[in-house]
Design a protein around this ligand. Structure first.
Ligand code: MSP
Length: 532
């Protein structure tokens, strides 16, 4: 989604449960949101990325107690030892990190609840149903499957393959059923609200069947790790109702109107498809009840699969992001997951695929291109970018590729087609490599009579690298920063200040620029990564 004039691009990730340390499925959501945020920033728009942790609820309480800790101490430890370091590991440039145990959140969740209670959207009632603690959600019969192995003969949650618990409670309900028609109208009027299309269809079909009211509190007799219901302190707030509100409490809902107005509604809320209904049904209904606008868009991405199943710690298929970044680096992590998997579809992770793409696309494709071009400028022109001496058809073709690559990529980002955006920029990497092969600058260099032609060829490749540094900066911040520094030596300003949309316009790298040394961008990986 392009952001509205004057409003910052506001993108959110789900907030992560602190029952365990992050795996690459969590990192995948983070990276996608970060690439979108950085892309908009590189366009010169204001851009705000929010992420954080979801710390209340029975699941966290049980995990903490099971580990001989208290929920708050457990959450503190995991946030500091695992979730904040994750942001470094995968190079996330977030503007805020919210924890649901912070006063700025708890206080304003209560304000929101009180408002809905006062306006008649919350009432007291009783409920009996099957609850999955893994999902922190009541399940309908349709959500259950027959258990296997130790759970044979029992109904289990289709996501966690563990038994559900029968709960009967008197608690508070949100009148979600009132929003069946308003939501359907909203989806109709805002056809891009839920993306991708398949996700939208699934949600619309679900809402058409009619919504039931939602239990939004739990009695403290059962457990008490949550935010007190403001008018009845024998109840705490249902963890999802609490968690969804992070998207507004973090940006000033209830206490900083100006900040809130400058960011809400969010431009894109990135979520995994498993939690799409919470974000595309319950969350917009909560906002409507409070008289607030829903987000501009909710994007439900696919799952990283291992052995055909959603990667998860509870099924012991989790891979820690650092296992990958320690060997390949954060840029390769970001590039690989964003390029190899169509955003919105499921994708299987394999070490072999990662390793093969690293070698062919990053080390041999981009890395080699950059080092060859800079080495040739050093060798043949004393390290100074030569002025082009006219352009022939082949050169002009490269210019057209550059312009189109950037324009297509920029448009793809507005459709949240991150893989297409990178694929489009990559046409320039491939074409520049072909161009060098065809132009044979090393042959041209042997004859002084070809000096002008050599200058045009090397200018063209250097200028191509300028375009690539800018257009790939949101995906590979570290490598592009190195490349930019070596290529421009600060002569045309900081990389962060180069407007992405204009980067495909040819001729911005001034001839006469002295190039610097370039560290190897993607070092050869000698270790055998198989079976890591
Ligand atoms: N705490 C809730 C979200 C509350 S948002 C108001 C939650 N947390 S989670 O830690 O379980 O998951 C966070 C995100 O990680 C979700 O978007 C989920 O889809 C994503 N992933 C978890 N495993 C994943 C894969 N194997 N593959 C891709 N994404 C995955 O749900």
């Amino acid at each position: 989604m392009p952001s509205q004039a004057g409003k910052s691009f506001y993108v959110t990730t789900p907030i992560f449960y602190v029952n365990d340390a992050p795996h690459i499925g969590h990192a995948y959501t983070e990276v996608a949101a970060d690439v979108l945020a950085r892309w908009h920033r590189q366009r010169g728009e204001g851009s705000f990325l929010l992420t954080g942790t979801d710390e209340h609820g029975e699941k966290i309480l049980r995990t903490a107690v099971g580990n001989g800790s208290t929920p708050k101490a457990w959450a503190d430890q995991l946030v500091h030892d695992a979730w904040l370091p994750l942001l470094e590991t995968i190079d996330i440039d977030n503007q805020d990190f919210i924890r649901t145990t912070e006063p700025r959140h708890e206080k304003n969740v209560q304000k929101f609840l009180q408002h809905l209670y006062d306006t008649g959207f919350i009432y007291r009632g009783s409920y009996e149903g099957n609850y999955c603690v893994g999902c922190e959600e009541y399940k309908t019969e349709a959500d259950l499957i027959e258990g296997e192995g130790e759970y044979a003969g029992q109904d289990v949650c289709a996501i966690h393959t563990r038994p559900v618990e029968r709960l009967q409670e008197t608690n508070y309900f949100f009148k979600l059923s009132d929003f069946t028609q308003p939501l359907l109208d909203f989806y109709e009027q805002n056809p891009k609200f839920i993306q991708p299309e398949s996700a939208r269809n699934e949600v619309v079909a679900f809402v058409r069947r009619g919504l039931e009211d939602l239990s939004i509190s739990r009695s403290k007799e059962k457990f008490d790790w949550g935010i007190d219901i403001p008018w009845d302190d024998s109840h705490i707030t249902y963890v999802w109702f609490d968690a969804l509100l992070n998207y507004i409490t973090a940006i000033g809902y209830g206490e900083d109107e100006a900040k809130f107005e400058s960011l809400w509604p969010a431009s894109v809320q990135v979520v995994g498809k498993d939690i799409l209904r919470f974000h595309a049904v319950i969350w917009p209904a909560m906002l409507m009840a409070a008289g607030l606008k829903p987000a501009d868009q909710v994007f439900g991405h696919g799952w990283l699969l291992v052995g055909g199943e959603k990667m998860s710690k509870s099924k012991l298929t989790g891979i820690a992001p650092s296992q990958i970044t320690d060997t390949f680096g954060s840029d390769a992590f970001r590039y690989y997951f964003m390029k190899a998997i169509a955003f919105g579809s499921d994708g299987s992770f394999s070490w072999e695929d990662l390793s093969a793409r690293y070698q062919s696309e990053l080390a041999n494709g981009l890395g080699n291109l950059a080092s060859r071009v800079l080495a040739m400028i050093k060798r043949y022109f004393d390290g100074v970018v030569p002025a082009p001496a006219g352009y022939n058809e082949v050169d002009l073709a490269i210019q057209a590729v550059a312009e189109k690559a950037v324009a297509t990529a920029d448009a793809a980002i507005d459709e949240i087609a991150i893989h297409e955006a990178i694929g489009s920029v990559w046409t320039l990497v491939d074409e520049l490599n072909n161009y060098i092969t065809v132009s044979e600058p090393w042959v041209l260099a042997k004859d002084e009579a070809n000096r002008d032609r050599l200058a045009s060829v090397l200018y063209t490749t250097a200028e191509g690298l300028r375009v690539l540094s800018i257009a790939l900066a949101p995906v590979m911040p570290k490598a592009t920063a190195k490349l930019w520094a070596a290529l421009t030596e600060g002569k045309i300003g900081d990389l962060a200040d180069q407007p992405l949309a204009d980067s495909g316009r040819w001729g911005q790298l001034p001839a006469g620029t002295k190039v610097g040394d370039l560290d190897i961008l993607f070092p050869r990986i000698e270790t055998d990564v198989e079976g890591k």
